[in-house]
Design a protein around this ligand. Structure first.
Ligand SMILES: *Cc1c(COP(=O)(O)O)cnc(C)c1O
Length: 498
């Protein structure tokens, strides 16, 4: 794990670049009164992403959302009910349960499950064998044997795709892949032998192939090349084995722009991708599956953490969060510059209960959100709830929220460190220097009790964190009311979604 790279001379995002729903939830503390840190989600954004992908795909394509990116039930439901996706990609019995529960909740008629992973347990293989419409992406000859054993015991025939680790894929553009040793999939030269083995196993039905060899890709021509390679490979391999090709799962790996300012990244161009796909000669009867994770959910989530301390150490200014990589490990694990916005919520409350800032709201237009927002507000002040009671973590009682922190700060006024115009390092509360979320990002004033908000935290956020390390509370997950809903005037800002 490397620290995130230095972001200098990057400036923090302006607070009003956050959607008004997020800004007011954070500013009035409703999302973090009992908990100093939280994930805020707008499931409608995920649903919109799925619908946008669906709209660009030909009829022969299915979408199975990779649950590992974000398994929060309201997100799964939104993806499924929005007509965008056909099912889920899962890798554990818990993810199978999350997926099946979502199918049931939204009474989905589409119930596709695909499953990958190099060490599938017997329990997982059994759950898959018992699920109609499940496809097992088999990773090795050993797994094929285990699956045969499980399926035979159940008296079922299981649909299988052989996961392939390609030898070499020539791609235009920025993408490189193929030929690397990996625990994932069957090396390309060994595919014929695995197909031969499968032919002798009566309870497995090989319908085709699976390749998931791309990650975080923003390059449309390269992704098209990759899909073309998969199709060409699948047709050749099926022909050589005299098998009937019915299924080709080309995995996920669509990127999202994490660093638009620094690297000029732009969103993956779906229209252009769809145009390229429409020219592919996919044989009749072949179903192609896409397994996007990040693309569908990255921008539907925000990670907000309260500032616990601001200090200087040998010339570096540290903003210390009541949070960190046990909540949000994305910036360290991928070594990306993950920019954030600082939401000031400190000063006015100290002396003035009228609190101008809150009364005015983020639009400066008498925003009515405060205290009236059923989506994020818990009148009892004992925690945060959402419309459907869909937060999933009660969190231990007792951690002081922003209001208490401010009260304490007021009774012991001390010299604040002035961060204005300085490049700061944002760290978490863990006792390890690895707990660093951002380095050298220039900010305005940041004080104890303020919040630091990271957008683009909807994918590989909550699930990917080091939850148990040091035993701090997990962040709460909160569903925001839809942007542009009754309570909020729509506004067009970078990062806001109408
Ligand atoms: C992680 C994963 C995905 C999703 O990847 P993204 O990069 O989030 O799109 C899809 N398929 C498999 C097999 C995976 O392991």
């Amino acid at each position: 794990m490397e620290l995130p790279p230095s972001a200098a001379p990057l400036r923090a995002l302006p607070a009003d670049s956050l959607p008004s729903t997020v800004l007011s939830a954070v500013r009035d503390g409703s999302a973090g009164t009992a908990d100093a840190s939280a994930y805020l989600y707008e499931p409608a954004i995920a649903a919109g992403n799925a619908a946008a992908l669906r709209a660009c795909l030909p009829a022969w394509a299915e979408i199975c959302y990779a649950v590992k990116a974000n398994g929060f039930a309201p997100i799964l439901d939104a993806l499924l009910s929005g007509l965008g996706i056909d099912g889920f990609e899962v890798s554990s019995t818990r993810e199978v349960r999350l997926a099946l529960d979502a199918f049931d909740r939204v009474a989905s008629r589409r119930r596709r499950l695909v499953s990958s992973g190099p060490a599938k347990s017997l329990a997982l293989l059994t759950a898959l064998a018992e699920t109609p419409d499940a496809v097992v992406n088999v990773e090795s000859p050993g797994e094929l044997h285990r699956l045969e054993g499980v399926a035979a015991r159940l008296g079922r025939r299981v649909t299988v795709a052989v996961r392939v680790n390609p030898r070499q894929v020539r791609l235009t553009g920025s993408l490189q892949m193929g030929g690397r040793p990996s625990a994932f999939g069957v090396p390309e030269p060994e595919v014929p032998a695995v197909l031969e083995l499968a032919r002798r196993l009566p309870h497995v039905d090989v319908a085709g192939f699976h390749v998931h060899a791309v990650s975080a890709n923003l390059d449309v021509p390269a992704h098209l090349d990759y899909v073309r390679w998969c199709l060409d490979f699948a047709e050749r391999a099926a022909r050589a084995a005299r098998m009937d090709l019915r299924l080709l799962d080309v995995g996920g790996g669509f990127g999202v722009p994490f660093e638009p300012d620094r690297k000029g990244e732009r969103p993956f161009d779906l229209a252009r991708f769809g145009d390229g796909l429409s020219r592919l000669a996919v044989p009749t009867g072949v179903q192609m599956i896409f397994e996007p994770g990040r693309l569908l959910v990255a921008d539907c989530g925000w990670y907000a953490a309260q500032v616990a301390d601001v200090k200087r150490s040998y010339g570096t200014t540290f903003v210390v969060l009541r949070g960190g990589i046990h909540h949000f490990a994305l910036p360290t694990s991928w070594e990306i510059v993950h920019n954030f916005a600082v939401v000031n919520r400190n000063g006015p409350l100290l002396g003035d209960p009228g609190d101008q800032e809150l009364a005015t709201g983020p639009n400066g237009s008498g925003d009515p959100g405060r205290g009236e927002d059923p989506g994020v507000r818990d009148p009892a002040g004992s925690g945060t709830t959402d419309q459907a009671g869909q937060t999933d973590q009660a969190g231990p009682a007792g951690p002081a929220g922003p209001a208490e922190e401010r009260e304490v700060a007021a009774t012991w006024p001390m010299a604040e460190v002035d961060t204005t115009g300085r490049a700061v390092t944002v760290v978490g509360e863990l006792c390890t220097p690895e707990d660093t979320l951002a380095r050298d990002i220039t900010v305005g004033p940041v004080r104890t009790g303020d919040a630091v908000v990271f957008p683009m935290a909807g994918a590989y956020g909550y699930e990917f964190a080091l939850a148990e390390f040091l035993g701090h509370a997990r962040p709460r997950r909160v569903v925001l009311p839809p942007a542009g809903g009754r309570l909020r005037a729509p506004r067009s800002l970078p990062g806001a979604h109408e």
